[in-house]
Design a protein around this ligand. Structure first.
Ligand SMILES: [Zn+2]
Length: 259
């Protein structure tokens, strides 16, 4: 026990120091920012007529105070409202911290004149897409990621295609698309992601029908080629091998369900 306490005491100042500088800030307009903690979720920050709105506040448990201080330093105000693209903890895990500090969680953006919201079923059963109209920025949660493979498990292929169509129907050709994870993108890249995802599902289906095992599908040259398209930044430690096998298994489940 003594060792553990000593260890925590030893590393905590290092973690706090790292946390302070680990949330990168992208200004879209005077009233809209994208906050990106290292290896975590893209967070939206908006100054609206009704108050400051924070979208998907989960920078990592030990960084919530840093996030709160950052918000205050940008707008000089506390967060009034919390929105989530979906309920998974890497997007909603910071809700409780801000609610305890006086913010209100809202299910809908209907009361906020600057933000349009559309609901779909793709990554989760309840996915929400938010367009901050004044800055032309669309936050799409994990319907779209630019540093990970697609995860369309709740809505299947049809739900995924409908979700992408819903995103494309918002804003215009200059809209910035903010994925749940990874670098901000645009509609052209999102269309490519949709095309690559449909190729992936078709290829997994073909190889499975040929009788290949999950492990054999993973090692297939065509599958490896498509996987590289989901890694545009060419990260060396992109997706670990077991995660690729799970992705294939979950794709097969979607194919079997015919969704
Ligand atoms: Zn996520």
């Amino acid at each position: 026990m003594k060792t553990i306490i000593f260890f925590i005491a030893l590393i905590y100042p290092v973690l706090s120091f790292a946390a302070a500088s680990d949330i990168s800030v992208t200004k879209r307009s005077a009233d809209a920012y994208i906050l990106t903690p290292a290896y975590a979720t893209n967070i939206g920050l908006f100054n609206t007529a009704k108050g400051v709105v924070l979208l998907d506040p989960m920078p990592g448990e030990n960084q919530l105070e840093t996030l709160n201080a950052l918000v205050n330093s940008i707008f000089g105000k506390q967060v009034s409202y919390i929105l989530n693209t979906h309920a998974h903890s890497d997007h909603s895990g910071g809700n409780a911290y801000f609610i305890a500090a006086g913010s209100e969680f809202i299910q809908s953006a209907a009361a906020l004149a600057e933000i349009d919201m559309v609901t779909v079923k793709s990554h989760s059963a309840d996915d929400a897409i938010f367009l901050h109209t004044p800055s032309n920025t669309i936050f799409v949660g994990d319907i779209y990621t630019t540093n990970w493979h697609p995860t369309f498990y709740a809505g299947g292929v049809a739900g995924f295609v409908a979700a992408v169509d819903a995103i494309l129907s918002l804003g215009d050709d200059h809209s910035v698309i903010v994925p749940g994870h990874g670098a901000p993108s645009d509609k052209q890249q999102l269309k490519l992601f949709r095309q690559n995802t449909l190729q992936w599902v078709a290829q997994v289906k073909v190889l499975s029908e040929q009788g290949l095992t999950v492990s054999e599908i993973k090692d297939h040259a065509e599958i490896q080629r498509i996987l590289r398209k989901f890694n545009p930044e060419n990260n060396a430690d992109y997706i670990p091998q077991p995660a690729i096998e799970r992705f294939i298994e979950r794709t097969l489940t979607v194919i079997e369900k015919g969704i």
